[in-house]
Ligand binder design. Structure first.
Ligand SMILES: [Zn+2]
Length: 272
């Protein structure tokens, strides 16, 4: 505690020094609060943390919704796969889902969708696609203009590859800055994160064990994050997918796309 106070004190001194040293840039009206921001090298407005762009009227739409999951009593679960499409595993995942008649939501990387369009063309009936950025760079480090350009480019590539314009956005690693919110609002996206994720690293070479863990952890309204691209260890989740599907169905769960999950939860009188 005492050490914490001492450190806090040192920070306060640094803050005052930054305020004095950066007086020109910060302006005479700079406060302790703005100096705190300067200490961390975040630009004051227009940078990745800011959800504003310039000082004119903002053409940003009405707002943006951020969703982690859905509060419902209905046994619904949305299976999602990020980072594809890639030739290595995406076809296998699509085959498994088709065999078990399970809909899923694929958050595609725009540049990969353009390069591997043939993998997903005509194979996404019943599934949903979302935008997962152009090249899986960190959107939380981009300013609003750059984040918008990245997502717009990806949006167009995904639309061209799949024939469907995505309405959902999942930023890589779930990294959110104000600029991402701003770009998402401009593109009229819903931001979709997740409630539960695959934990392949905890079950090396044990697809059945991993599947049992996920089946036990799902709750009504869960959005479940998986990947159809990545390091070899992720195969644990993909190889266990049939077990996961049958296990969740045995618990009474129905698989839906993310948009379907949001729609069902929004129905007045639906079980909550
Ligand atoms: Zn990702």
């Amino acid at each position: 505690m005492a050490d914490g106070v001492a450190r806090w004190g040192r920070r306060a001194v640094l803050r005052r020094a930054a305020l004095l040293g950066g007086g020109t840039a910060l302006g005479v009206a700079a406060t302790t609060q703005t100096a705190w921001i300067a200490d961390r090298r975040l630009p004051l407005g227009g940078g990745p943390a800011s959800a504003t762009l310039g000082s004119r009227h903002q053409q940003v739409g009405g707002g943006v919704e951020v969703v982690w999951g859905v509060r419902t009593g209905a046994p619904l679960v949305a299976l999602t796969f990020d980072d594809g499409p890639q030739p290595q595993w995406t076809p296998m995942v699509l085959d498994t889902l088709a065999e078990h008649r399970v809909p899923a939501t694929f958050f595609l990387v725009g540049e990969r969708a353009r390069r591997h369009a043939a993998l997903v063309r005509d194979r996404l009936a019943g599934h949903e696609v979302g935008n997962h950025s152009w090249a899986h760079h960190d959107l939380a480090r981009m300013d609003a203009r750059t984040a918008y350009d990245d997502l717009r480019r990806s949006h167009e590539a995904i639309t061209a590859a799949t024939g469907v314009a995505p309405r959902l956005l999942r930023p890589p690693w779930g990294h959110l800055g104000g600029a991402v919110l701003h770009a998402a609002a401009r593109l009229d996206y819903r931001l979709v994160l997740w409630t539960l994720q695959m934990v392949e690293g905890e079950y090396p070479h044990d697809p059945a064990g991993h599947a049992r863990r996920i089946v036990a952890d799902v709750r009504p309204g869960t959005i479940l994050l998986g990947h159809d691209v990545g390091p070899e260890r992720r195969l644990v989740a993909l190889r266990g997918l049939p077990d996961m599907i049958s296990g969740l169905r045995a618990r009474g769960y129905t698989f839906v796309t993310v948009s379907e999950l949001l729609r069902r939860a929004a129905v007045p009188g639906a079980a909550r």
